[in-house]
Design a protein around this ligand. Structure first.
Ligand SMILES: Cc1cc2nc3c(=O)[nH]c(=O)nc-3n(C[C@H](O)[C@H](O)[C@H](O)COP(=O)(O)OP(=O)(O)OC[C@H]3O[C@@H](n4cnc5c(N)ncnc54)[C@H](O)[C@@H]3O)c2cc1C
Length: 497
């Protein structure tokens, strides 16, 4: 039986491992951490659990292909899914706008808020409905598709293709500027959080949510990652934790194994690297394999920006179940390393009783697009770094108390992650929480995961299917195994279900 060695036990690596075993290979995963999941994680602090990933999980609707795949890898089978009535609530000057899951309710609500935006609201809802029929292509990688596969894909996307080409040309920000109501603009922006994406991203997000396909799996991110790791091990796979890979061994332009930082060597027939792409290319392969697509993307941050974030998690001695589970509001501005923050999006988890002791709550606040270089510089001096983190937490808490005065003095546990946290713990390039953004100027939407001149090697993970996210990581793992099956002349379709 041929052996696949997988580097990284994030969602991409776990997916590759599970599909590898299902396809009849031996599979071993080497992960530098002590837990599975990579960026799909959470941690305990003094009686609280801070979830650090899932806001919504695309693929929670039962009759979709992604749902089937999440079940195949053990992430969702027999797992309760929460579908909130509204995705987010935006509040300004005492008025509230809800982004409802029910599209007709959303339409009526937005029309009540801003009748003068009638045409724009009708368009938004109609486009959203059209996008509901469009799913992430997950059958097989594009480089393995034949004429009929392309035809099928185009047929599936027929109703949205002309729309996509129109919406891809403008950013979320440009699209939102067409609304007269600042309330509606604020509400829609807070649901996607990043305004430089192509505006198709807004419709993918809204359509996912309004089609009941973006729920919350019970237990959250780390629990989901652990279920996948269990599925992998139950199928006979082996995960070695605390095993940082230093190098991919290449002989005669063929990947033949890995060398761990402690000097151990492990040989295999195929290597799948499911780490951050920069780690793979510059560290594990020591820049020996040049790749045009990645070079273009890394050297053009204007066209291929990388989203990052600072995340403030708070353990609060107060039951927050009476306030919206996700609420955003403008605040008095504050500055983090030159980046001005003038609104907050805060989330709490009343629906997860185990995240906080009884009668208490967890608040999570994500501040997007922070300055990586600012945090990197601060990290050179650990006390300055800690002070900067404490300062951000303080600014956030002040503004939360401005909005919810009853929370004064109720913050018991404070935890802050920065882009440097994701860099240190997951190897994420410049602390990115997703991969290359799809913008009007960027050309690429995927990478084959194959490096020219290097045999028996494949990349997986969110860096091969842009703009990343959990579904991309999941699908990329299966795609890597399909490519191996093709190389081995094994009919993948017989095994990968
Ligand atoms: C705050 C936050 C919120 C998010 N919200 C959402 C959301 O709501 N919905 C969504 O779909 N996505 C969300 N994402 C994105 C999602 O988490 C990622 O897209 C996904 O987890 C990436 O998976 P991956 O397997 O590609 O990579 P990673 O998770 O980065 O996994 C890579 C793994 O490789 C390991 N590794 C790296 N280098 C080495 C080495 N040398 N040796 C051994 N192991 C190594 C790392 O430790 C890690 O475990 C969010 C991310 C963050 C940070």
């Amino acid at each position: 039986m041929k052996k696949i060695i997988i580097i990284g036990a994030g969602i991409g690596g776990l997916s590759a491992g599970i599909y590898g075993l299902k396809a009849g290979f031996d599979a071993e995963i080497y992960e530098m951490h002590t837990v599975p999941g990579g960026e799909c994680t959470g941690w305990n602090r003094d009686g609280y659990h801070f979830d650090s990933c899932i806001h919504w999980l695309t693929g929670t609707k039962k009759d979709t292909q992604l749902y089937k795949m999440w079940c195949e890898v053990g992430a969702l089978d027999n797992v309760e899914i929460y579908n909130h009535d509204y995705f987010t609530c935006y509040e300004k000057e005492g008025k509230k706008v809800y982004i409802y899951r029910d599209i007709e309710k959303l339409r009526t609500h937005l029309l009540d808020i801003s009748p003068e935006d009638k045409n724009q609201i009708e368009e938004l809802c109609n486009y959203t409905k059209r996008f509901q029929t469009c799913y992430v292509p997950a059958d097989k990688p594009q480089d393995m598709m034949n004429f009929f596969d392309f035809l099928k894909m185009i047929k599936n996307m027929k109703s949205v293709l002309p729309l996509m080409s129109k919406l891809n040309k403008i950013t979320v920000k440009e699209y939102l500027s067409r609304f007269k109501s600042s309330l509606i603009r604020g509400a829609l922006l807070s649901s996607i959080m990043i305004d430089y994406y192509s505006s198709t991203a807004l419709f993918f997000t809204l359509s996912t949510f309004t089609a009941d396909n973006g729920g919350w799996p019970r237990g959250g991110s780390l629990a989901m990652s652990k279920r996948m790791a269990k599925r992998f091990e139950d199928l006979g796979g082996k995960i070695t934790y605390g095993a940082k890979v230093g190098k991919i061994i290449v002989e005669n332009n063929t990947a033949t194994g890995i060398e761990l930082l402690d000097g151990r060597i492990v040989k295999g027939d195929y290597i799948i690297s499911a780490t951050d792409a920069d780690v793979t290319l510059s560290e594990l392969l020591q820049n020996k394999y040049k790749d045009k697509k990645f070079e273009i993307m890394y050297s053009n941050p204007q066209d291929y920006p990388l989203p990052n974030c600072v995340q403030v998690s708070l353990g609060v001695n107060e039951d927050l179940s009476h306030i919206p589970h996700c609420i955003s509001f403008p605040t008095t501005p504050f500055d983090i390393g030159g980046k001005v923050i003038d609104s907050l999006v805060i989330k709490h988890y009343y629906y997860e009783p185990d995240f906080a002791p009884k009668g208490k709550s967890v608040i999570n606040c994500v501040l997007t697009n922070c300055d990586y270089d600012f945090w990197k510089k601060k990290r050179e001096n650990i006390s300055e770094y800690k002070a900067a983190k404490a300062e951000v937490a303080e600014e956030v808490m002040i503004r939360i108390v401005e909005r919810f005065p009853e929370l004064l003095g109720k913050f018991e546990v404070i935890d802050v992650t920065t882009p440097v946290t994701y860099e240190r713990y997951c190897g994420a390039y410049r602390g990115a929480w997703m991969s290359f953004a799809i913008t009007p100027k960027g050309k690429f939407i995927s990478h084959s995961g194959i490096l020219k001149g290097l045999n028996n090697f494949y990349m997986a993970g969110q860096w091969t299917l842009f703009p990343g996210g959990l579904p991309s990581a999941l699908v990329s793992g299966k795609f890597a195994v399909q490519r191996i099956c093709k190389n081995e002349k094994v009919p993948a379709s017989l095994h990968l279900h």
